[in-house]
Design a protein around this ligand. Structure first.
Ligand SMILES: Nc1ncnc2c1ncn2[C@@H]1O[C@H](COP(=O)(O)OP(=O)(O)O)[C@@H](O)[C@H]1O
Ligand SMILES: [Mg+2]
Length: 337
């Protein structure tokens, strides 16, 4: 478990101080894949680098697996850090070393016996699907393969936590998918807690259980990815979600709507379309679908439909009441003319 309490990071620069992280508190459970989302400059990397004390927090506490890292002295801190792996957008492999040597690097530095290193590195390369590339240099690898080497290197010391700083941002969509599924597998097989920062909501939607949204160094909203997709509160959260699930309706279509326009959100195993067709049958109301999709988040369906309702006012009101009574969220976007 990672506990971040009142964490702040202020950089002193020639042109003054920059408050990069401002009183952030977050609890990340063991075995979770936690996403931190925000635009460039929001403070995500600074926060992540504070988790393993790559960056020294200006104030606040970081506790990983019960140890307060901010209190540890050099040797204890070094030991604690070994249990926190990290990967980056630009991989940072050592170009003069082979794939095998890159992964072996920290084990060699820790004076692990050669036979043990060989066994461990070979196992890791097998895990990331690069066994046959062991003697190749980074320049001969694709971006996805480089990130796989970086992942193997990050796992060398059997960490309990893996920090990922925009790990898929330099990769194409197909490669991104394969790296995300590798991260998911690592999370499941070894119960490694993953903290992942990204500006891409697709990444979060694909693998995170919970997420936090950062703006100007602060966490402005956090919760389960599913709940935030179903009902984002902050404007910025809504903006990020709209980047993957957009329900914009052209102005001309909106103008031509006579009846009330409603947005119907149904969660999980509630058979939303069934409820809508039930309603249209039960009441003297017609529905004109303008938008609709079912997104799958962590394998759970989230349905969002926008429709114009046509019929008598009272009948429409009864129909809406009926839908709400079935525990489906209904928002009236506009009341019609
Ligand atoms: N080493 C540094 N020295 C000075 N300012 C920094 C440093 N690192 C980051 N910053 C500043 O802190 C703010 C947050 O940056 P960063 O943590 O990199 O955000 P993000 O990862 O969300 O893009 C930015 O204004 C950035 O310019
Ligand atoms: Mg960053």
């Amino acid at each position: 478990m990672i506990e971040i309490r009142n964490l702040s990071k202020v950089y002193d620069t020639k042109s003054g101080t920059v408050s990069a992280v401002d009183s952030v508190s977050l609890t990340i459970q063991e075995g979770e894949i936690f996403g931190i989302v925000g635009y460039s400059g929001a403070g995500k990397s600074s926060l992540l680098r504070c988790i393993n004390l790559l960056e020294k927090p200006t104030s606040g506490r970081i506790t990983v697996d019960g140890k307060d890292l901010t209190c540890l002295k050099s040797e204890d801190l070094r030991q604690a850090r070994l249990k926190i792996g990290m990967i980056f957008q630009h991989f940072y492999l050592i170009s003069q070393k082979t794939v095998f040597e890159n992964v072996a690097f920290s084990l060699k530095a820790a004076k692990v016996p050669t036979a043990k290193i060989k066994e461990r590195v070979e196992k890791l390369l097998e895990l990331v699907g690069l066994a046959e590339k062991r003697d190749v240099y980074p320049a001969q690898l694709s971006g996805g393969q480089k990130q796989r080497v970086a992942i193997a290197r990050a796992l060398a010391n059997n960490p309990t936590v893996l920090l990922c700083d925009e790990a898929t941002s330099a990769l194409d969509p197909t490669t991104t998918k394969s790296i995300l599924s590798l991260l998911k597998r690592i999370n499941k097989e070894f119960n490694i807690t993953i903290v992942l920062i990204t500006h891409e909501m697709n990444v979060v939607k694909e693998i995170c259980n919970r997420m936090a949204i950062m703006q100007d160094g602060r966490v402005i909203e956090e919760g389960s990815v599913y709940d935030l997709f179903a009902s984002p509160q902050a404007v910025l959260t809504q903006e990020f979600i709209a980047s993957v699930v957009s329900f914009e309706i052209p102005e001309v279509i909106l103008k031509s709507c006579k009846g009330p326009l409603v947005k119907i959100t149904f969660k999980g195993d509630v058979a939303g379309e069934g409820i809508i067709s039930d309603t249209l049958q039960k009441f003297n109301v017609k529905g004109n679908f303008l938008h609709g999709s079912i997104e799958y988040i962590q394998e759970l369906p989230l349905g969002i439909f926008i429709m114009e309702l046509k019929g008598q006012k009272e009948e429409i009101a009864r129909a809406l009441q009926y839908i709400e009574s079935r525990e489906v969220k209904v928002e009236v976007l506009h009341n019609g003319l």
